[in-house]
Write a new protein. Structure first.
Length: 331
């Protein structure tokens, strides 16, 4: 076994927190040979619930779990952490304006950025899940200048996995045999799920998903809207938002980032844009990436048709607008 690493989960007492803890402590995130010490951070009103979750983790007798710290103290929570999963966010309440929600979250992410910068281990790697995930991650980057921008990412893997799921259902193939869909842009309803480059493993070798589906109307219509609206469909059915699939996707994101993507496979991650594919630099945008030795790289040179270009630009425009709104909340 490797020496233990420390993982901070913020908003740990929430729904996704409850689902993700056993996954982390069973090695689904960092591998079955990686012992972990989990730091759980939450606000005082949730501290009793985090204490209960800590008891449950102890009672699960998990061999990889080498310690649990449940705290409301941000500095203690951030102390020497190697990995961070940020679930804490102000919930969107009915009638709340977008700017109001953004301003609450900007304040949270600004404060946590300083604490991480001061107390986290050097080279700590961060995944932001709480919404608006891309913009929260951007605020974190802005207020933690000593953390390399490459170490700050946001979750679009759930959307990516949803897109794989839709193709697998449509083609009646195992989801493990479908790869290389792309989620471009914002983790919001403007995201662009793109199946143009997706591949399906068949008994006759690898085939283009687009050719197998052979239905452009579905690929440009229902496929995209189903992935975009999946979160809302789950809320309607469960009367609460997705938590198991969000937790599972957060594990997939960290797992592939740290341990690498298989050869010939890419995944979607919200990362700091360097201007690739003509997307404005300086926003956190979801791109197709491959990962090796803990570093992600944007997949280069994919052919982009006119339909895709328009969708990629629309979601980029929304992110630029969100960025401007977030900055106006800071002033
Ligand atoms: P969840 O655990 O269900 O969700 C956590 C965050 O993830 C939410 O912001 C949610 O945004 C977001 N999210 C992103 N993608 C998804 C997805 N696909 N499905 C579901 N959620 C997604 O929220 P809870 O309210 O149960 O828990 C939040 C925790 O944060 C609580 O423990 C609370 O105490 C804590 N908190 C901390 C604050 C602070 O640190 N200052 C402030 C407020 C809360 P959305 O629901 O908008 O999709």
């Amino acid at each position: 076994l490797k020496p233990p690493v420390k993982i901070l989960v913020t908003g740990a007492a929430g729904q996704i927190g409850y689902a993700i803890m056993p996954m982390i402590a069973r090695g689904k995130m960092l591998g079955p040979d990686q012992p972990v010490i989990i730091h759980m951070l939450d606000i005082p009103s949730a501290s009793e619930a985090s204490g209960g979750l800590k008891m449950e983790l102890i009672d699960s007798a998990l061999p990889l779990l080498r310690g649990v710290v449940a705290t409301t103290d941000v500095a203690q929570a951030c102390k020497d952490v190697n990995f961070v999963v940020m679930l804490a966010g102000f919930p969107r309440k009915e009638g709340m304006e977008r700017k109001e929600l953004l301003s609450k979250n900007v304040a949270i992410y600004k404060a946590q950025a300083s604490a991480l910068e001061q107390h986290a281990a050097p080279n700590c790697k961060i995944l932001v899940v709480a919404n608006p995930a891309n913009t929260n991650a951007l605020i974190l980057k802005e207020f933690a200048p000593s953390i390399p921008p490459k170490n700050i990412t946001c979750l679009t893997r759930l959307d990516h996995n949803r897109a794989l799921g839709q193709l697998s259902e449509r083609l009646n193939v195992h989801v493990g045999d479908v790869k290389n869909v792309i989620i471009w842009g914002n983790h919001s309803s403007t995201q662009y799920p793109d199946a143009n480059h997706a591949i399906v493993k068949t008994e006759f070798g690898e085939k283009s998903a687009k050719e197998l589906v052979a239905n452009d109307t579905w690929l440009k219509g229902e496929f995209i809207s189903t992935v975009q609206q999946r979160g809302a469909a789950i809320i309607k059915a469960r009367k609460q938002s997705s938590s198991l699939s969000a937790a599972s996707a957060a594990c997939d994101h960290m797992h592939d980032w740290i341990l690498g993507t298989p050869k010939g496979t890419w995944v979607s991650m919200g990362v700091y844009s360097d201007g690739a594919y003509g997307i404005p630099a300086g926003i956190i945008y979801s791109f197709p990436v491959t990962c090796n030795k803990g570093e992600w790289s944007i997949v280069q040179g994919l052919k982009i048709d006119e339909f895709s270009r328009a969708k990629m630009e629309a979601t980029a425009n929304e992110l630029v607008e969100e960025k401007n709104l977030a900055y106006s909340c800071l002033n």
